[in-house]
Design a protein around this ligand. Sequence first.
Ligand code: NAI
Length: 333
Amino acid sequence: MTMKILFYDAKSYDTEFFQAALPEFPGLEIEYLKSDLEPRTAALADGFDAVCAFVSSDVGRQTLEILHRKGIGLVLLRCAGYNNVDLEAAQEYNICVMRVPGYSPEAVAEHAIALALACNRRLYKAYNKVRENDFSLSGLMGFNLHGKTAGIIGTGRIGAAMCRICRGFGMRILAYDVYPNESLRELAEYVSLDQLLSDSDVISLHCPLTDSTYHLINIDTIRRMKDGVILVNTSRGALVKTDDLIEGIRMHKFAGVGLDVYEEETNNVFEDRSDEILEHSTTARLLSFPNVMITSHQGFFTREALTAIASATLQNALDHAQDKPSPNQVSAV
Ligand code: NAI
């Protein structure tokens, strides 16, 4: 058996980690492509069996229709989230979609706490101040996390890891999830979203982007938060309504906002746009505030996570080729 996989949006680190894992998966062949998957590039999959896509790939109906015409039966997502895939269309075109859930929850949770700490103590500012020989402490005051309350929205794999980290800091943990995680009963107190919003000093988002979580953080939910709260989003950009977030920042609601993901990120993620003039950029508006820190979807970016992503993605391909049922398959229902 040979399965030929066209790997879209390949960066040097993807090639490095996938090539390192490949010898353990005989029968799989990968060709790496710099372009991302979208309707214009889908036809390049002619002659392949599967495509490998990532968080910013456009795996909508049009792309899937073209992939189907080119004989593709498998989309391998090398990420956990699958909000960029039209699952109904995939089902219609008989294309199996597989993802990599939980490849390294700690990678993302550790980045979430890093953002909370960096915002709280204004590390991005402190770093630049000292480089300019400005050793004053103005603008750098934060608050102790110890004894404060962390509000974790979504307590799956990453949210649970975040609960454990926050507990390590000596925080009280409030959690909100539509399906409470039994293993966290000792660690976290499940409360309503309302109570979590009003009682938390640090709020971190770890639920997936779905119709019910779209713009979960909007001006109404922001108004219900404590003044001086720190908001962290390492999950998906559209969980937060950016215009409302900006309004909230202007209302002085937040001590800090740490974003690894944001609504406008698709054209930015993993690209060097430092020489461009970005028009209509709400990202630039967000960055104009002294209490906002943005990173470019790097929560997953650790050696451990990339190793796990590569082997789990290739295992998905193998399971599919051998007709093995897999919990990593995602479907419309
Ligand atoms: P998971 O599936 O283990 O957990 C998600 C949790 O959210 C589940 O417990 C689920 O019940 C809960 N949930 C679903 N709908 C909800 C709602 N309406 N309100 C509250 N909770 C709800 O997923 P995991 O692995 O913890 O990942 C979470 C998210 O993190 C992913 O969906 C993805 O968007 C994001 N992510 C970000 C990365 C990054 O690099 N920044 C990397 C990996 C994942």
